[in-house]
Design a protein around this ligand. Structure first.
Ligand code: GLU
Length: 491
């Protein structure tokens, strides 16, 4: 019988949650969800100098925004807590003491100077092994004990078994990866200040928490043989590892600040939709079938598989993220778009106030023309601006006036348009369009020019949404007043 899947995301709160970490979190979450397993969030805060509570809060907030709910961890608890490493020091101490008692770890009394001298000597004689020279490995147990009790500073090192041979990892992404145990240091598991090292604390936790799959960045691949040594010393089963590739910027270099925004919350603040953002990040190194790009969260959560993670580094392309965001916006219903994006953006832009009330059909009609023109939420307010202005407050874009209105003959176009529009009694988009439709022929002016002139007169620019719909939303009297106001600018 195989045990139920348990995975963890274990960020160090030494900074914000970045794109790479978010993708690792998404893969862990999606993998847990796809096999009915548990997704655990653990805060790896054993680096007290660089970890802050504030960063932890930022990470939790970003996780919530991403919609990556965790089954165990901070704020939700669980049977394997506590879920912050600083609260688990006793657990690490006990584990280390057990290894010490069993002779699987030993105290090392070497001073930093001694270690440095050994390293230099190894380098000088071109020794292929430049790690710890195992000076303290064979100190008899009782001698070691009395030196420890006498207060001599020491670290604890793991005893890599002499005859261990190769450490073979069957990585779910990279396949078989072989490391020679001879190249492994008897590495430190506890520092002389009484704090555990990452390779030790992580394994003690992963073992205690029953983690079955470790999905993380491949910058940790080189740590893995050391971690396997700790599992073996603890007598704990070794989980399946899946090391995911780096994310690169467009220039082929590791993604960093130089490439623009890297933290999740910067994307939230820039107006990206969480669903689109998660979808895009999920595709950085994983694919559903090699071609589908729009993969809703529920599909990701049911279809994610380790088999489809790619070995190759993925490239972060902000343009593709923008495209994805626009896809998600476009796929929303008018009502959802209005509630979740348009109205909040109109409020933010000061085009409406908190007390704004409008007929639902009117709002939906506005949403229907604004939505296809909204790639980022903030676009919604720009596109909708002419509708919320009046004949008095509308601003005319100079270039649009010069191009669309000031040309010769456009005054006559506006006069004819006004006359035609005056006769429209039932002010609907269809009737407005029908009234304007005959003008190009009657006036013998190109259709593009006729509609362009009316558009600039009514909307102040050349790029507004479809004219009939927009004018219907603005209302008859104000449209006519706008034409009157624009008339002197027309050629
Ligand atoms: N705290 C480690 C990191 O953020 C976790 C690595 C791991 O998943 O083992 O890199």
């Amino acid at each position: 019988m195989t045990s139920p899947v348990r995975v963890r995301f274990a960020p160090s709160p030494t900074g914000k949650l970045h794109i790479g970490g978010a993708r690792t979190a998404i893969y862990n979450w999606a993998f847990a969800r796809s096999c009915g397993g548990a997704f655990i969030l653990r805060i790896d805060d054993t680096d007290p100098a660089r970890s802050t509570e504030e960063n932890t809060q930022v990470i939790l907030r970003a996780m919530r925004w991403l919609g990556l709910d965790w089954d165990e961890g901070p704020e939700v608890g669980g049977d394997f807590g506590p879920y912050s490493q600083t609260e688990r020091l006793d657990i690490y101490r006990e584990a280390a003491e057990r290894l010490l008692a069993e002779g699987k770890a030993y105290p090392c009394f070497c001073t930093p100077e001694q270690l440095a001298a050994d390293r230099e000597a190894a380098a000088a004689r071109k020794d292929p092994f430049q790690g710890y020279q195992r000076r303290c490995r064979d100190i008899p147990a009782d001698e070691a004990r009395s030196r420890m009790e006498a207060g001599e500073p020491y670290t604890l090192r793991i005893k890599v078994p002499e005859d261990r041979g190769n450490v073979v990892i069957n990585d779910a992404v990279h396949g078989k990866v072989t490391f020679d145990a001879k190249e492994l240091d008897d590495f430190v598991i506890f520092r002389s200040d009484g704090t555990p090292t990452y390779n030790f604390a992580t394994v003690v936790d992963d073992a205690a928490m029953g983690i079955t799959h470790v999905i993380r960045g491949d910058d940790h691949l080189s740590n893995t043989p050391r971690q396997v040594m700790v599992y073996e010393a603890l007598g704990a089963p070794v989980p399946t590892f899946a090391h995911i590739s780096m994310i690169l910027g467009a220039d082929g270099k590791k993604l960093s600040k130089r490439h623009g925004a890297t933290s999740v919350e910067e994307y939230r603040d820039a107006g990206y939709l969480s669903d689109a953002f998660v979808n895009y990040l999920a595709l950085l190194g994983w694919s559903l079938d090699g071609e589908t790009t729009v993969i809703p969260r529920d599909v990701l959560a049911s279809q994610f598989s380790l088999e489809r993670i790619s070995k190759n580094p993925a490239t972060f392309d902000p343009k593709k993220l923008d495209w994805m965001n626009a896809e998600y916006i476009n796929a929303m219903s008018d009502a959802d778009f209005a509630d979740q994006i348009m109205l909040p953006e109109l409020l933010r832009a000061g085009l409406i106030d908190e007390g704004f009330e409008a007929d639902e059909a009117w709002v939906d009609a506005l949403a229907a023309i604004v939505r296809p023109r909204t790639k980022m939420p903030a676009d919604a307010a720009v596109v909708a601006t002419p509708v919320f202005k009046t004949a008095e407050t509308l601003e005319y874009d100079e270039k649009s006036v010069a191009k669309g209105l000031a040309k010769e003959g456009m005054g006559a176009v506006l006069d004819a348009a006004r006359t035609a529009l005056e006769d429209v009694t039932d002010w609907t988009a269809e009737n407005i369009d029908a009234a304007l439709e005959p003008l190009p022929e009657v006036l013998d002016v190109k259709k593009r020019l006729v509609f362009g002139a009316v558009r600039v007169a009514v909307c102040g620019n050349m790029v507004s949404p479809p004219l009939g719909e927009t004018m219907a939303l603005i209302g008859r009297d104000d449209c006519l007043a706008r034409i009157d106001r624009a008339r002197p600018m027309a050629g």
